[in-house]
Ligand binder design. Sequence first.
Ligand SMILES: *Cc1c(COP(=O)(O)O)cnc(C)c1O
Length: 431
Amino acid sequence: MIYYSTNGRAPRADLRKAVVKGLAEDRGLYMPEQIRQLPESFFATLSQRSFVENSVKVAEAFFGEDVPQKDLSRIVEETLSFDCPIREVEPDVYALELFHGPTLAFKDVGARFMARLLQHFNDGEGDVNVLVATSGDTGSAVANGFLGVEGIKVFVLYPKGKVSPIQECQFTTLGQNITALEIDGTFDDCQALVKAAFMDAELNEKMHLTSANSINVARFLPQSFYYFWAYAQLQRIGKVKDVVCCVPSGNFGNICSALFGKRMGLPIKRFIAANNANSVFYEFLQTGDYKPRPSIQTIANAMDVGDPSNFARIWDLYGHNTEAIRADISGATYTDVQIAETIKECFTKTGYLLDPHGACGYRALKENLKPGETGFFCETAHPAKFKDTVESIIESPVSIPARLAAFMKGKKQSVSLTTDFCDFKRYLLKQ
Ligand SMILES: *Cc1c(COP(=O)(O)O)cnc(C)c1O
């Protein structure tokens, strides 16, 4: 498969280059030149196959030309070692639970897939250094997805004091090939440092750098597996008429992969992008103008993004046509007060405990779903990852799954840096 840059001013790349480089030379995001339609018969029989079997077929459509079938099947199988069940929260409203992986948030799939693909392409040409900026969940997913993978070093940049203690210990306590860098700034500052590093000629000459943010095709494309699996499960219970998919969105990688699924033929009628108070995409849908701005801190902090990277991909996918985007995607935005109210109300009425991100998705779906439609929203993180917030909202204790508790026993280790690129560069060159 050939990949082009959304900015249109960089040379085309093969999969290997797109995965290893992450970002194109012109700062654009790589897009596959072709999105293959899967046959009708594939969709008609989704519910008869397993999560892994369906995902292998989807992976082959994207990566089949570039990765031998046996390797690709193994990569998918190793990636999907946990389920993503769909649960009925109330009539016609389903939660697609994407939090049953190692770090209890949806980014595990992308991170695990990318680590294995990168390893597949790294045939002993020295260490690859993965740089990743995180507002919370990306860091833990990437760090755990890459932990112990030989020939790869990971640097996680996170904003000081802006990630929850549970999130923080998921990437600061691992050791081995994982280093946590605590940046005295915001998530956008972390993202800017990572982007600047990729543009720095000297760094790139001396070090082999790559990114594991959702800008990387190996991280964002595999997320489309979720949507085929959601559909398969709805098919199993006979609920596939007018399916609406609602995705709590920050950098828009997850929803973008769902849109790719639709392009491949997945019969999802329409999408809803649910935002917290960082409402740049919502406003774009209202006004037609995309106006990025600094992020605002919210209780759904993995969505605190003021300039969503994958907007460039959505813009490209729809041929720079705002009307075409509006025809497929509607938006929603919620304040912290509304998020809290939603968690409380849903828990009281249905017994289902939402996390702050899933709460945006649940509410947007409920407010937008029309009679006759079946909707599902992504529950992107386990509520225990936001224990303090959720407990204070529902006023009862939330128990921590054993997997999560294990992280909290480790010793936190991180390196403190400012937002100054020169500091960051100097640090990297010393490694
Ligand atoms: C990353 C994340 C999101 C946002 O996903 P994007 O792909 O960045 O839009 C939502 N919820 C949780 C829990 C996350 O970790």
